[in-house]
Design a binder for this molecule. Structure first.
Ligand code: SAH
Length: 374
């Protein structure tokens, strides 16, 4: 995916209707708007800190951030005293160009090598935006994190249980067919089989994404240290799925070993593994189904307003169709899950020893319970 000369993300970028796969923000503006409201709601619940960074991992075409920035702009009077900045973690030069075009109209400047951000610009709504290759380059500070369809794009190790113990699934050149790759089992155990398989594992085939583990730990440590929250959405399982690694090209399943670099590669996210990696540092809410999260965030109401405001039938049909894509259990509604990482104190039960009038009211976390629309 990320090979500099040949990688799928480095060369193509593939997200969107004309690409190889479509994601929720590309389907409907409502998706990003509701996520924008989630951040505002958490910002209020956490006592309206004077500044925050919105940090998005793997922003694709930049559509989600664009929709969020529109909401921030519409609620400008609320945020007027808050210093907001956008920080995008993106490795693909092709996609960062597309993001720059979408968010700033192309008005960006490359930074010298010794600066942590490789590029910077100002959004159409006047908010500074910075681009990085790694989450560790993003300056510390109170931050809201966003990772939508990011973790599923990270590389996995695959393992197979055999009579002789765990073996790693490796990619080999087929000796019989020129220019063909094939899967083989490692002849013995490997450093990965030694380190990444849990002793209590019961499955026969396991996929592990250590990079996802490292990144989620970094997010949890940053939230624990500097405050903020993370919202993560992806498809995945609770540590029970086995062989999920697959490719997509032109919106169709594609053999992962055929024509590498021309198809998107993905594996379902192991939410239980991610939760384990954050334990102790932050609290986790979810994962809950996308349709529940969006419903709790008020998607029905937002859809009603948009339907009332649209004059032609085609627009109305498009709105209904896109909302069905996001919410229908048979489409994206059940498959995609949302979870949030929050500082422990955000969810702490009220302290009974404290006088009720002194204890700050703890607001429910939007999306994971019903949103109080006031
Ligand atoms: N969030 C977007 C795009 C998802 S595609 C959407 O929902 O539409 C995955 C994104 O992650 C792409 O932008 C890809 O370039 C980026 N990406 C993949 N691996 C990455 C890595 N290791 N570090 C940073 N970005 C990465």
């Amino acid at each position: 995916l990320l090979s500099p000369p040949q990688g799928y993300y480095t060369r193509h970028g593939g997200v969107g209707e004309g690409g190889d796969f479509v994601t929720s923000p590309e389907i409907s503006q409502v998706f990003g708007e509701l996520i924008g409201i989630w951040y505002i709601s958490e910002w209020i619940a956490m006592g309206k800190p004077k500044a925050f960074q919105l940090v998005e991992l793997g922003p694709g075409r930049g559509t989600l951030t664009d929709d969020i920035l529109r909401v921030f702009n519409q609620l400008g009077s609320l945020l007027s005293k808050c210093d907001v900045s956008i920080h995008l973690v993106e490795v693909s030069p092709k996609l960062s160009d597309i993001q720059a075009q979408m968010l700033t109209g192309g008005k960006v400047q490359a930074n010298p090598e010794d600066e942590s951000a490789y590029m910077k610009g100002i959004s159409k709504t006047g908010i500074p935006i910075f681009w990085y290759r790694d989450i560790q380059d993003v300056p510390p500070g109170y931050s809201f994190y966003l990772a939508h369809e990011f973790f599923d794009a990270l590389p996995i190790h695959k393992f197979q249980r055999t009579e002789r113990g765990w073996r790693e699934v490796l990619v080999d050149i087929d000796p019989e067919v020129p220019d063909r790759l094939r899967f083989v089992l490692s002849p013995s155990s490997t450093p990965a089989t030694e380190n990444f398989i849990q002793p209590e594992e019961t499955r026969d085939h396991v996929e592990v994404c250590p990079e996802a583990g490292v990144i989620i730990q970094r997010l949890a440590s940053r939230i624990e240290k500097d405050g903020g929250a993370a919202l993560v959405a992806d498809y995945g399982h609770d540590g029970t799925a086995t062989d999920t690694f697959r490719g997509f090209r032109n919106h169709k399943l594609h053999d992962v070993l055929t024509a590498p670099g021309t198809a998107d590669l993905t594996a379902d996210v192991d939410f239980r593994y991610l939760q384990k990696m954050t334990e102790g540092r932050t609290a986790m809410l979810g994962p809950i189904k996308q349709r529940e999260f969006l419903k709790n965030m008020g998607i029905d109401l937002r859809l009603q307003v948009l339907l009332q405001n649209s004059r032609d039938t085609a627009t109305r049909e498009q709105l209904l169709h896109s909302s069905d894509m996001l919410m229908n259990p048979e489409k994206m509604g059940d498959r995609f899950k949302f979870f949030a990482l929050l500082p422990h104190h955000r969810l702490a039960p009220p302290d009974n020893n404290q006088k009720p009038e002194l204890a700050p009211p703890s607001l429910p976390v939007a999306g994971f319970g019903e949103l109080l629309l006031k």
